[in-house]
Design a protein around this ligand. Structure first.
Ligand code: ZN
Ligand code: ZN
Length: 311
């Protein structure tokens, strides 16, 4: 399914259900509008578990700073000048909080801050008088925004499975050319070779070999082929790049034995791709420490690997 259609269906449905639930519950601590703000903030904080944490932590920080501002303002006396000072100082501290990694999502801080101030100004009376009431306002916004962040995460998971529905188990590529396989890779390693290093710019590269006939390409005519190893232009492997956007799509084997995926640069869902099972082409002369993550380390491919017969 198309991503935008999936987002529309999932967030529309979940948003409707959440609204029905919040109205039915009628709790002053479950505010559907604050849930929606946090839900959106989840997506533009990058999504996934990391985006959820970053967004929620920043909301809470913003909420705390707004509560401090409102308490200070009621203590000093409400006037335009005092309001300006209280907001100015707390916003300054709030944004400096971004120096702490956990609180670095500045827009999400502001959503928490603004939502707290808004609820206090427009509906604060329902939460009680004085400092206690202001804290209750902050708690209500915090509870709602945490729910919103969690809803964001859940909706993203559902959208992800809708988008991938009907697709092959492994699929990569760009908007113009796709590669896919339902078969498992026949070899899956962390490559320490210099060619991979030069091409990807990564110290080591996660590389998966598929049998040639297993990895299907949607539009081979749209690929520019360049030697994978610039120092050995007659070698068997060719790096295939999309003619439209230049994205690397796969390594193809002139002898038609294998096709190679580099999941994190060739458009695969890298988080879902099985981890490499061993280290290949490591040499002590590389000048960095031999990997000690428990996976076998070889100076070439794993000894038991046998190349499939060419097609
Ligand atoms: Zn390599
Ligand atoms: Zn492309």
């Amino acid at each position: 399914m198309d991503l935008i259609v999936a987002l529309a269906i999932v967030i529309g449905t979940m948003g409707g259900l959440a609204t029905w639930g919040a109205v039915t519950l009628a709790s002053p601590y479950v505010l559907i509008w604050a849930i929606f703000i946090a839900w959106a903030s989840f997506y533009h904080s990058g999504g996934k578990m990391a985006g959820m944490k970053a967004s929620i932590m920043a909301h809470i920080w913003g909420i705390i700073m707004a509560v401090v501002a409102l308490i200070a303002l009621t203590l000093f006396g409400v006037s335009a000048v005092n309001a300006g000072i209280c907001v100015g100082v707390t916003v300054l501290i709030m944004i400096l909080g971004a120096k702490v990694g956990l609180l670095s999502a500045i827009p999400a801080q502001v959503y928490g801050y603004a939502a707290t101030a808004g609820l206090f100004l427009l509906g604060g009376a329902a939460y009680g008088e004085g400092t206690g009431g202001i804290i209750q306002v902050g708690v209500a916004v915090a509870v709602s925004m945490i729910i919103g962040g969690i809803f964001g995460y859940i909706s993203e998971q559902i959208v992800g499975s809708l988008v991938n529905m009907g697709k092959a188990k492994y699929h990569g590529g760009c908007a113009h050319v796709t590669v896919s396989s339902n078969a498992e890779p026949i070899d899956n390693h962390e490559c320490h070779c210099n060619v991979c290093k030069n091409v990807t710019g990564q110290l080591t590269t996660h590389v998966a070999f598929f049998k040639y006939e297993d990895l299907k390409c949607s539009n081979e005519g749209n690929l520019n082929r360049v030697p994978f190893n610039a120092d050995n232009p007659d070698g068997p492997l060719e790096l295939c790049l999309c003619k439209d956007c230049g994205a690397p799509i796969m390594l193809d084997d002139k002898q038609k034995r294998i096709r190679v995926a580099v999941p994190n640069v060739m458009g695969y869902d890298d988080a879902a791709f099985p981890a490499a099972t061993y280290h290949a082409f490591y040499e002590a002369s590389k000048g960095y420490k031999r990997p000690d993550d428990g996976r076998p380390v070889y100076e070439g491919l794993r000894p038991e690997f046998t190349w499939p017969r060419g097609a």
